[in-house]
Write a new protein. Sequence first.
Length: 270
Amino acid sequence: MPGLGTLLNIVAILAGAAIGVALGNRLPERTTRVVTDALGLVVLVIGGLNLASLTDAAFVAEVSAGGTLLVVLGALLLGGIAGSLLRIEQRLEDFGGWLQRRFSRGTETQEGASRPLDDTTTGLVTIAALSPRERFITGFVDASLVFAIGPLAILGAFADGTGQGIDQLALKSVLDGFGSIAFAASLGWGVAAAALPVGIWQGGLTLLAVLLGSVMGDAAIAAITATGGVLLLGVGLRLLNVRAVAVGDLLPALIVAPLLTVAIGALGIV
C-alpha cells in the first residue's frame, strides 16, 4: 500500500523522540552536547557520501563531467535566492514557534520569546543558553532538515509510490528513529514535531510517484542527491555550532537541480 513507508517513518520519529526526551532528562548538559556533536559529524559524513552522485554515470552522460558541479552550484544559487526571498528559514522557525505555543503547557518570558536563535555575529549558540521556545524551534527545524533532505527520503518515497516496496523507507525509519533519540535527548519535543513536515514531504513525493510513475530519470535523481548532500553539510555545521547556515532558504535548490539537469541535457549547453 503506497504511503506505508512514510507512516512507518513518522512512527519511528515519534517513538525515538519520546525515548530521547526520557533519556535527556536524566543526562547532564555535557553528555547531550556530545550526543549532538556526534550526530553532527555523522550528518557531515552522509552529506559527503551523497556528493559521490556528482560522478553518477547517468548524471555525467546528461550534463558532462564538468557540468554536474555547475548544476549543483547553479541550483544552490538560484534556489538560495528564491528561498531567501520567500523567507523559508524564517517561516520554518515561525511554524516551529507556533507548534511550541500550541503544545507547550509552560509559560515563557517576553525576553525568551523574542531573543533570536543565534548570535548574529558568530552564528553560534549553546544548548544551555536556549529558552524552552528556542530549544523546541531548534529541534524542530534541524531535525526536519536532516530527516527530509536525505536521498532516502526521495528515493524511498519514489520506490514506494511506484510499487517497488518500502525497503528504503524502512531503513530510513530505523536511522531516523535513532537520530530522533539523539536529537531529542538534547533538544526535546521539537524533534517529534519534525514528523509533520517529513510526512507531508515524503507523502507528497509518494503521491507524485503514483500519479506520474517512474518519469524522473536517474540523472535528475543524482542531481537531487548531490545537491541534498551539500545541504546536509550545512545541517552538520549547524549541529556542530560552526556556522548557522540558513539551510531552509536553500531548500528550493532540490527543485531547481533536476530542472537544470533536464534543461542542460536537452539544450546541450555543457
